[in-house]
Design a protein around this ligand. Structure first.
Ligand code: NDP
Length: 444
């Protein structure tokens, strides 16, 4: 059995009942064989054996009192996955599907993603199985404060800097920042990113993941003589990443024709009305049926997959495993040329195979959605400098970072003899950056 298979098997056996973590381990490790042939010292120093084990993982009780006076108990998590290249950095997710396995998969992916950004940030991730949907503002506040009552012991501007993710936006980051400040007496400075701009948040952070995704895809398309101009783009999700991806596609001359939430999807043949969508989702916090009600020419389909709508480019921006093999086959049948993952691990392994077999340009999440964490790192820089940057400064840096990621992943894919395999390229380039840093620091 090969070295990578042995490590994978051992890691899976040591973490039973964690399917998402196993999927993420498999997806990365199975592509890394070539590296260990070229760099036997990584085997001797057991870099991979160490990398499959997080630095630490905390799980804690989050008790809070709801609006009816009932005590509720949720479970919170933080994984500090790897700090070889900098303080742990990664978002907090509030969603009922959050488990230890989901948090470990996200932390593992984040470690390589952060490596690809070229910025000094290690990998972390956190969250809770709390469902913010339908909760009042005071309930969300109560939950965030209780969550931070434990989390604050583990984080700090030079050790671990959380941000938002599914279910955690500027409001939740603000509440957590306030509670952290109250507990520690410290000015919150750089301890959370994604803060409001009036207390240290970076301009451009809300847009960064979606804009970064589209910048990266535009660069990949350009290298094949293509662009977003005139292209039909299927976007899934209707949250932070989806909305700003759709916005940037439209700015570049493309036509985003779908968005979805967990209830169903909108197909708008005229191109999604971004301002209407923002009002519905960001201001009024409504379901997508409100879009159809406001614009009757758009179609709403309950359930179903946006991937059944013909498109040139697909951007899955909702959640893990939302693009199965059947969705990939539909995309290929309808002539889709490129897929960029805005979400983390949205495509199943079988779907990724379908894309590879059919020559679809496929940009995996750890490269494609790295724009968010990149601007989070720029927010940390601005907090340390005590000097906020303009939106244009941030956006220019984001564009450069995304182009740098394209360069790294395509060069790595070429080095390992599979120039079109960007999954290999992203895994290899991310791994090499982390592995070199671990080698330099001895056995820790
Ligand atoms: P949001 O909470 O803003 O939006 C998530 C969207 O996806 C919502 O429309 C939600 O619909 C939908 N969704 C979530 N879970 C499910 C599910 N199980 N089934 C169907 N639809 C679902 O999250 P973000 O936009 O911030 O994050 C989306 C993805 O992007 C995640 O995978 C996240 O990890 C990843 N990501 C986010 C970054 C960021 O900066 N925010 C950075 C890098 C990656 P509904 O409201 O109905 O639940």
């Amino acid at each position: 059995m090969s070295y990578t298979s042995e490590v994978l098997e051992r890691a899976i056996a040591r973490s039973p009942g964690e399917p998402e973590f196993h999927q993420a381990l498999r997806e990365v490790i199975e592509t890394l064989g070539g590296i260990f042939e070229r760099r036997p010292e990584f085997v001797r120093w057991k870099i991979l054996d160490r990398l499959v084990e997080p630095d630490r993982f905390v799980s804690f009780r989050v008790p809070w009192v709801d609006g009816a006076g009932e005590v509720q108990v949720n479970r919170g998590y933080r994984v500090q996955y790897n700090s070889a290249i900098g303080p742990y950095k990664g978002g907090i997710r509030f969603h009922p599907s959050v488990t230890g396995s989901v948090i470990k998969f996200l932390g593992f992916e984040q470690t390589f993603k952060n490596g690809l950004t070229g910025l000094p940030i290690g990998g972390g991730k956190g969250g809770a199985d709390f469902d913010p949907k339908g909760k009042s503002d005071t309930e969300v506040l109560a939950f965030c404060q209780s969550f931070v009552n434990e989390l604050y012991r583990h984080i700090g501007p030079d050790t671990d800097v959380p941000a938002g993710d599914i279910g955690v936006g500027a409001r939740e980051v603000g509440y957590m920042t306030g509670q952290y400040k109250r507990l520690t007496g410290n000015m919150p400075g750089g301890v959370f990113t994604g803060k409001g701009p009036s207390y240290g948040g970076s301009l451009g952070r809300p847009q960064a993941t979606g804009y970064g995704l589209v910048y990266l895809m535009e660069e990949l398309l350009r290298r094949k003589g293509l662009s977003f101009e005139g292209k039909r783009v299927a976007v899934s999700g209707a949250g932070n990443v989806a909305i700003y991806s759709a916005e940037k596609v439209a700015q570049l001359g493309g036509k985003p024709v779908t968005v979805s939430d967990s209830g169903g999807y909108i197909y708008d043949a005229d191109g999604v009305d971004i301002e209407l969508l923002k009002r519905i989702k960001f201001e009024r916090n409504e379901r997508l049926t409100a879009y159809r009600d406001a614009k009757p020419s758009a179609e709403y389909k309950a359930g179903g997959m946006v991937w059944e709508i013909p498109c040139d480019v697909a951007l899955p921006c909702a959640t893990q495993n939302e693009l199965p093999k059947a969705g990939a086959e539909l995309l290929v049948k309808n002539g889709c040329k490129a897929v960029g993952e805005g979400a983390n691990m949205p495509s199943t392994p079988e779907a990724v195979e379908v894309f590879a077999e059919n020559g679809v340009i496929f940009a995996p999440g750890k490269a494609a959605n790295a724009g968010g964490v990149s601007v989070s790192a720029l927010e940390m820089t601005q907090n340390s400098m005590r000097r906020p940057w303009t939106f244009e400064e941030v956006d220019r840096s984001l564009l450069e970072i995304m182009k740098g990621i394209v360069r790294q992943i395509t060069e790595a894919a070429e080095t390992f003899g599979q120039p079109d395999n960007l999954v290999l390229g992203a895994n290899a380039a991310g791994f090499l950056r982390v592995a070199e840093a671990m080698m330099g620091q001895g056995v820790v």
